[in-house]
Design a protein around this ligand. Structure first.
Ligand code: SF4
Length: 113
């Protein structure tokens, strides 16, 4: 039996998953989906910042286009930290396409003129 807190919404339901992968404690179906995913293939959205090379002390926020394998989180952050981008850049611009062949892109989430 496993216990965890659902992080899908701020309500934070306390979930219990038995040996047959039956989930209890969830107030909605998303909690059950989260619990099964967390035990079988945990994923996370990753957010970070990238340096703006032609602006002093400026960064733009970035995020993954989808949740990625949790084990790749720190590799993604390291890859983003090694990069810089030139302003202007805009929300939705792709910083890294298909990072580590995951099918997930790293997107800019801030406009910098
Ligand atoms: S189970 Fe549903 S209501 Fe509860 S925290 Fe998860 S998403 Fe929110």
């Amino acid at each position: 039996m496993k216990e965890m807190v659902c992080i899908v919404c701020p309500r934070g339901c306390h979930l219990t998953v038995d040996d047959n992968m039956n989930v209890t404690g969830n107030s909605c179906p998303r909690g059950a989906k989260y619990a099964i995913s967390e035990l079988t293939h945990p994923t996370r959205m990753v957010t970070s910042t990238v340096r703006i090379s032609n602006r002093d002390n400026m960064v733009a926020s970035v995020k993954t286009s989808e949740a990625i394998d949790k084990s790749k989180m720190f590799d993604v952050i390291k890859a983003v930290n090694k990069m810089s981008v030139k302003a202007p850049c805009h929300v939705g611009d792709i910083l890294i396409k298909n990072i580590f062949d995951t099918g997930v892109d790293i997107l800019i989430t801030k406009d910098v003129e």
